[in-house]
Every structure is written in structure tokens, then in C-alpha cells.
Write a protein that binds this ligand. Structure first.
Ligand code: DX5
Ligand code: ZN
Length: 226
């Protein structure tokens, strides 16, 4: 198995707006690699989420690259709205457009990392035809749209299947991000399976008080680097 660096993506929908600056300072000090931004349109998922004005303001507060999780219908026509930067990750969902390969093509000129997101029930073989056009797979461990949900148990086995597919197809350059109910226990198991980016939400990072965040990040770092 090709080994990739283990990285943390802090889920900003779980953060407290009142302490935003202080929270970002902790993330910078702790070397958090990505800010996970759940963009939701109320159509592709049953919730509204972080939008373009929030993203623009956040850019002024920090240089931590963004991990833009687009849970929106027909994302290929909306990339310009978001203000994508070269160091960002952008995830589009397999079911969010009839032409997901076109969406990945439309993303290429932005120079960002292109990820394909798949829901718990999306078959692993959906990935096969697009492996040449992606840098990563964004594996949802919950049905997307809300923080604080319980893992869909079959997704752990599915993570193994994804790694198996990447091996079989000689595509171990493609990395796997895991998102949803990433507790320390799940993080450790998924890291051993081969995941390299871990979305840290209410399950491991945004728990307790802001004073606990640095320690929470250190514990997560330990769990994924065992
Ligand atoms: C899903 C979201 C959530 C959340 C992760 O779209 O990305 O998975 O922020 O945090 P948890 O599940 O730990 O609350
Ligand atoms: Zn997400």
C-alpha cells in the first residue's frame, strides 16, 4: 500500500462563530491541514449550509487551505461562485450531476485537488470510470447534510473495498478522505485501512470547550498516526 501523509480537515459547520478567530488560531498553531466547508443547497441535501460570503470572509481570517465539500445540484455551473484556490480540495458528489466526469473536467482549470464524494449507498464501482480524473475519494460515513450523526456501519467495510479497488486499478496515488462521525476509534480503524484525510467534527474535535480543541486535535493526530 502506498502511504500518504495523514491529515486533518476541521469541519467548520461545527464551529462556534463567536469564537471563530480564536478557533482558527488554535488550528494554525496545531497545524490543521484543511478547513472542511460543507456547502449545502437544500436540494441535494436536506439542509442549507456554508455559502460564498462565509467562504470569502474566512479567507480573510486564515491561509489554511479549504476542503470544499459541495453538496449542491449541478456543481459544474457553480464553481466560479465559490472562489476556489489552487491549494484547495473540491469534492463533487457522484449523484449531484448527470455528467460527473464533465464536472471533474470543468474543475481542472482551477488547479485544485479534485475529489469525488460518494454516499453510503453509492456503489464502489461508480469510482472506476473516473479514477484518471481525480486526486481523491471522499467517502461519506454518514448520509451527508448534518453533523452529529451515527456512522452507517457498512461504510467501514466499504472503505476497505475502496482501497482494494485502488490497488487493483493501479491507482494508489488517489487518496481517501473520510467524513462523518469520525471518533478517535473510527479514525484509528480507518487510518489502518488506508484513509489519509479525516474530517474532524463534533465526534472528536468540536467537543467540550474551545480550551479543549488543541488537546482534541493532538488526540486525533495520535489516533491517525498509530
Ligand atoms: C457531513 C458533514 C458532517 C460533519 C462531520 O456532510 O461533513 O459529517 O461536519 O462531523 P461529525 O459527524 O463528527 O459531527
Ligand atoms: Zn462534509
Amino acid at each position: 500500500m502506498q502511504s500518504h501523509k495523514k491529515e486533518i480537515s476541521a469541519s467548520m459547520m461545527c464551529s462556534d462563530l463567536i469564537n471563530l478567530k480564536e478557533t482558527l488560531k488554535i488550528f494554525e498553531d496545531e497545524g490543521v491541514e484543511h478547513l472542511h466547508i460543507d456547502v449545502m443547497d437544500g436540494t441535494f441535501v436536506p439542509n442549507f449550509g456554508l455559502g460564498v460570503d462565509y467562504i470569502r470572509s474566512l479567507r480573510e481570517l486564515t491561509d489554511i487551505p479549504m476542503d470544499l465539500h459541495l453538496m449542491i445540484k449541478d456543481p459544474e455551473y457553480k464553481f466560479q461562485w465559490v472562489g476556489i484556490k489552487e491549494n484547495d480540495i473540491v469534492s463533487v458528489h457522484y449523484e449531484s450531476t448527470f455528467q460527473v466526469q464533465r464536472a471533474l473536467d470543468f474543475l481542472e482549470p482551477f488547479g485544485c485537488k479534485r475529489f469525488l464524494a460518494i454516499n453510503p449507498a453509492t456503489p464502489v464501482y461508480s469510482l472506476e470510470e473516473v479514477l484518471d480524473y481525480i486526486d481523491g475519494i471522499h467517502l461519506l460515513m454518514v448520509n451527508p447534510g448534518f453533523a452529529g450523526q451515527n456512522i452507517v456501519p457498512s461504510t467501514i467495510k466499504k472503505a476497505e473495498k475502496v482501497m482494494q479497488l485502488l490497488k487493483e486499478k493501479n491507482h494508489e496515488d488517489v487518496i481517501m478522505e473520510v467524513d462523518g462521525n469520525i471518533t478517535l476509534e473510527h479514525a484509528e480503524v480507518l487510518s489502518k485501512i488506508g484513509a489519509s484525510i479525516f474530517v474532524a467534527g463534533t465526534s472528536c474535535l468540536f467537543t467540550g470547550d474551545i480550551k479543549d480543541y488543541a488537546k482534541n486535535l493532538e488526540n486525533l493526530r495520535k489516533a491517525i498516526n498509530q
